[in-house]
Design a protein around this ligand. Sequence first.
Ligand code: USQ
Length: 382
Amino acid sequence: MRVLILGGDGYLGWPTAMHLASAGHEVMVVDNYLRRRVMVEEDVEPLYPVPNLVERARKWQQITGREIVVQIGDLSRWEFVERVFKSFMPEAIVHYAEQPSAPYSMIRREAAALTINNNLGATANVIFAVKEHCPDAHIVKLGTMGEYGTPNIDIEEGWIDIEHNGRTEKFLYPRQAGSLYHTTKIMDTDLLWYYVRIWDLRVTDLMQGPVYGIFTDESECDESLLTIFSYDELFGTVLNRFIAQAVVGYPLTVYGKGGQTRGYLNIKDTLNCVRLAMENPANRGELRIFNQFTETFSVNELADKVREAGRRFGLDVRIKSMENPRKEKEEHYYNPKHTGLLDLGLVPNKLTCEELVRMMEYVSIHRDNIAHHKIFRGTKWA
Ligand code: USQ
């Protein structure tokens, strides 16, 4: 398939590009380096330097003989979007092109505005470009499990049947986000659902939990193909952060009571989920929703696993419960369904002690790049 990956420079975008190219798809990646720019502005460099997208694509082609076409530009600019769609005429669009950090979206008004304008503007432009240039193309959109929040009832896979005063109807599952970033993801879903209804678009919305990991099958052939890895408070997801903290002897930053439970997945599974969704498209006029995670853990459980892996690796890992800078439930019911991607053939890479130790080994090589003062800055929700 001809697949356009929007946000192709990011933590998930670049590994997805390599993965889909390896699977024989024709891949074009688009990015405007927004995340890199914000990271420089906020003084939160990644663990190791990452070549720019053009250099990575060149390296990838040298090693594998496969091409990944790169377009640098801003998807909130319509002229650019139109040029990309007209020239490539994608059959599938993987849409990651969003400001992905919840803490960044809460830092100050300007960051909130950037998150709203970028995320919703890009999604709207993708919708209009598909309608005008490739109405049969399948949009695979990265959503987030955070759209559902942590309700006191089971979380369904996107949709729920409601019975009210003797009548029934199927609705999007109620959403209640825990940050402005997560709220923009809800708004994306609403935009997509509206245009699916009026224009018969084909859309899959992947409600993904926090991702962890460094390595993917495609990055094994050369270190310069590794994805960007963040350990800072803004762009690092919790388990990646805990690994870096363990390696430099920084007590693991468990926020509040640590009972916050989320659905996690290995970065390798993100790639498999996206490929499976893309290769088995939604129907015209369908908004298909999958809950994309493989296992649920509380923050305390993750911290214990990292301490155990640290013991094997020879580290004395300490855990420090600290005042929670976020507004979120710290003890709650959590039972989300997640059968859709398993039904499509996903074989999960579950979290093992070996995986954590391998991450510790690699992070240790770069431990001198870890700046303690960048680990926690205490971005408050309120
Ligand atoms: N947490 C800690 N200590 C830390 C960092 C996080 O206790 O040092 C806690 C948070 O309070 C939260 C949980 O760990 O309860 C997960 O936090 P996170 O930073 O890993 O995840 P989050 O901010 O929700 O966002 C990440 C990605 C985002 C994605 C989301 C999926 O950055 O792009 O959408 O995970 S989900 O959480 O399911 O909404």
